[in-house]
Design a protein around this ligand. Structure first.
Ligand SMILES: Nc1nc2c(ncn2[C@@H]2O[C@H](COP(=O)(O)OP(=O)(O)OP(=O)(O)O)[C@@H](O)[C@H]2O)c(=O)[nH]1
Ligand SMILES: [Mg+2]
Length: 368
């Protein structure tokens, strides 16, 4: 697995993508200037905020504290009618296919820069999604044509696989033509795996971000943005949060309170992305380092096993895996020290197949 989760920020021109990128990453990339036509993608890697890591650090006083990391990509805008005109350029498509999840930004603030002044996030989201649907449809149709050609030349033994793929893609085409997302098509895990190589845009977990103006109710009803599988929606006041993200921590806390913002949106964003992607965190602890790791809840078939967790740390740990010593985060906090946890019998020895739980503290015994 790639080391970091990657989240791509997309939206129509001037929706506030770069503003949100800055708010999430504490960057100060120039806003209002990055034209949607062409241009390099901006990227920033940030620590995944996790109070449990802070608490464990407070217990172990390690030399080093390492958070999990997440990468945000500010991808150039998608314009209305783009797929019909020239399609996405290969740079953008490539950037999008790398992303594990998408943030779809829609404008909810007054803007003189926007091409059509009216604030209409509902229409904006529909238009953005239509472009993604059309982009996927192009890929599906191209592949279906290839399959037809291949079937003409295929040997008998090769036909069933091609026919199964064709049947699946035809179902996808039907859904897309009805303006539905591939994520919403009923299919087996095996079928989803078959589609993975296409990196369909409408199959990706999606967080809709409604970028509100300064004076707006920060908790609007977002049911309209929320009705797809693997989709969730949240609202924020991007311009304010961008400014706050650039302040030193103590000042930022004061400003958040001033504006009635419970937590920086980054926190909610990461939680939603982890949930949609089925990711969990486990920890390793010690005097040298307290560290958070990210694994998929369902790595392949079943769940994230102790062996998969060991492999995430180092291939040697997986190769020479003997046992995992496991302690839950809550027990660690209740006991205060590892010695006390051991005394109370809270440390368990588990084998390769143990299903790692969110918040487990692991110590892998291995021998290579
Ligand atoms: N009032 C207000 N203005 C905002 C907000 N977010 C962005 N803007 C302004 O809207 C304009 C566009 O913002 P950007 O963040 O550059 O938008 P973008 O989607 O990255 O734009 P392109 O990359 O050019 O498509 C800038 O002038 C921002 O200052 C917001 O939450 N409130
Ligand atoms: Mg931008």
């Amino acid at each position: 697995m790639k080391s970091n989760v990657q989240v791509g920020i997309i939206g129509l021109p001037k929706a506030g993508k770069t503003t949100i990128f800055n708010a999430l990453t504490g960057s100060d990339a120039e806003t209002g200037a990055f034209h949607h036509t062409r241009g390099p993608m901006r990227t920033a890697i940030v620590n995944v905020p996790d109070r449990r890591v802070d608490a464990l650090s407070g217990i172990f006083h390690p030399q080093k504290t390492t958070y999990a990391q997440i990468q945000f990509n500010d991808i150039s805008g998608v314009s209305r009618g783009q797929t019909e005109r020239e399609g996405f350029d290969s740079q953008t498509l490539n950037a999008l296919s790398q992303c594990d999840a998408l943030l779809q930004v829609v404008r909810g603030f007054e803007s003189a820069l926007a091409l059509d002044g009216e604030i209409d996030p509902v229409a904006e989201l529909a238009d953005l999604r239509l472009e993604l649907i059309l982009a996927d449809l192009t890929v599906v149709e191209r592949r279906l044509e290839r399959i037809e050609t291949s079937l003409l030349r295929a040997r008998t033994g090769e036909k069933p696989a091609l026919e199964a793929e064709r049947a699946l893609l035809e179902r996808c085409r039907e859904a897309l033509e009805a303006e539905r997302h591939i994520a919403d098509v009923e299919m087996t895990d095996e079928e989803r795996l078959m589609l993975r190589g296409f990196a369909f845009l409408t199959a990706k977990p999606t967080v809709v971000v409604v970028n509100l103006g300064e004076g707006d109710d920060p908790q609007p009803d977002l049911a309209w943005a929320n009705h797809h599988r693997l989709t969730t929606a949240l609202a924020l006041r991007g311009a304010i949060e961008m400014e706050i993200a650039q302040l030193p921590v103590e000042e930022a806390t004061l400003f958040l309170a001033d504006y009635g913002i419970a937590e920086p949106t980054l926190h909610a964003m990461v939680r939603e992305c982890y949930r949609l992607l089925g990711l969990i965190s486990f920890f390793t602890v010690g005097e040298d380092e307290v560290r958070a790791w990210t694994v998929r809840r369902d790595a392949g078939n079943g769940s994230a096993t102790a062996l998969a967790a060991a492999a995430a740390i180092h291939s040697d740990l997986a190769r020479g895996f003997i046992r995992a010593e496991v302690l839950s985060y809550d027990d660690m906090l209740a006991c205060g020290t590892l010695a006390e946890a051991r005394k109370r019998g809270k440390l368990r020895l588990e084998g390769k197949e143990y299903a790692v739980q969110d918040g487990d503290i692991l110590s892998i015994r291995f021998n290579v």
